[in-house]
Design a binder for this molecule. Structure first.
Ligand SMILES: Nc1ncnc2c1ncn2[C@@H]1O[C@H](COP(=O)(O)OP(=O)(O)O)[C@@H](O)[C@H]1O
Ligand SMILES: [Mg+2]
Length: 307
């Protein structure tokens, strides 16, 4: 089921006499239980899109549906949404984690008893039980961030918007938040995640959408996009030594021979020819070089700029 549907969003900002096109026909969808990484350079339109999905900015054209509801006309839609937005704190600094969770639960209409139960469940799930009575201002940055996510989830939304959830966290806290995001998704929540940390996106997203100049320029499963952009360079490691005939034949195929290692760039049939020439030497390793999301991202954005 599609938890989020975004269709053809357009938005122009007026700045003095100049008109800035922030979104020019942006569409995307997220299924229940899916993490979509929303990537793009500064100024591409990420924050504008997220604020529009959250009902905070009206589109000039296009529409948003959260579990079928329109956040720009139906307040019910906002009940299905949880958000941790860039630069805005959704926590009261002087209250404790438990108080924050209960307060926001009641505010979003789940009732005191349910809010208390949800608060305890989330404190436990997020590893914050031992800090439930400590004022938020005394918690570490990582714990505050975990609590901010827990608070966004207290009314059990079907869609969670996360803007840079791991920014400024130390390695352990970052690991922690990543694991929680996966866990929340596995319970059926759809998650839209913006991040500049492409390794984070690579690790926890099911799909990526890359936005450039207010448009999606690529939207694909994370695994698929990495496979599609992976180079056709192979490293072959073998044991023993090559005879002069093998060396001549392998070099004729354009491969580079190093000590106990061959680097071959080319097609699969070519690779099998190299392997055939090596026979019957034992192979210890044949590996296709992987592209990572950082390289793909830079490549796509660069290509798009040249169009
Ligand atoms: N309130 C605003 N007034 C005028 N221009 C804006 C406003 N908010 C964003 N913009 C412009 O719209 C474009 C998209 O911005 P934004 O959505 O913040 O991108 P991102 O979050 O990807 O960095 C940028 O060119 C930005 O300068
Ligand atoms: Mg932004």
């Amino acid at each position: 089921m599609k938890t989020l549907e975004v269709y053809n969003l357009q938005k122009k900002y007026q700045q003095g006499k100049k008109s800035i096109e922030a979104l020019s026909g942006l569409s995307l969808t997220i299924n229940a239980g899916e993490v979509l990484a929303f990537l793009g350079p500064n100024g591409a339109g990420k924050t504008t899109s997220i604020k529009m999905i959250a009902g905070l900015i009206r589109p000039d054209a296009g529409w948003v549906r959260i579990a079928g509801c329109n956040p720009h006309s139906n307040p019910q839609a906002l009940r299905m949404l949880g958000a941790v937005l860039e630069g805005s704190r959704n926590l009261y600094w002087r209250l404790t984690p438990q108080e924050n969770l209960e307060y926001f639960g009641v505010l979003r209409g789940i009732g005191r008893t349910v809010a208390r139960k949800q608060a305890l469940k989330l404190l436990d799930q997020f590893g914050l039980m031992h800090k439930r009575s400590t004022p938020v201002k005394a918690l570490s940055r990582g714990m505050q961030q975990k609590l901010a996510i827990a608070v966004a989830l207290v009314h059990k939304p079907s869609l969670l918007l996360l803007d840079e959830p791991t920014l400024g966290l130390d390695v352990e806290a970052c690991q922690n938040v990543k694991a929680l995001v996966r866990q929340v998704a596995s319970e059926g929540c759809a998650i839209l995640l913006t991040t500049h940390q492409l390794d984070v996106a690579e690790e926890i997203s099911d799909r990526v959408a890359i936005i450039q100049k207010g448009k999606i320029i690529a939207e694909e499963s994370t695994e698929e996009i990495i496979r599609r952009f992976s180079g056709s360079t192979y490293t072959i490691k073998f044991e023993g030594s090559l005879d002069p005939i093998q060396i001549t034949k392998i070099e004729a195929l354009g491969a580079i021979i190093e000590a106990e290692k061959i680097i071959y760039t080319g097609t699969k049939p070519g690779l099998y020819k190299v392997l055939g020439i090596l026979e019957p030497l034992p192979l210890s390793h044949v590996k296709q070089d992987q592209s990572d999301l950082t390289q793909i991202f830079l490549k796509l954005v660069r290509e798009y700029n040249h169009d």
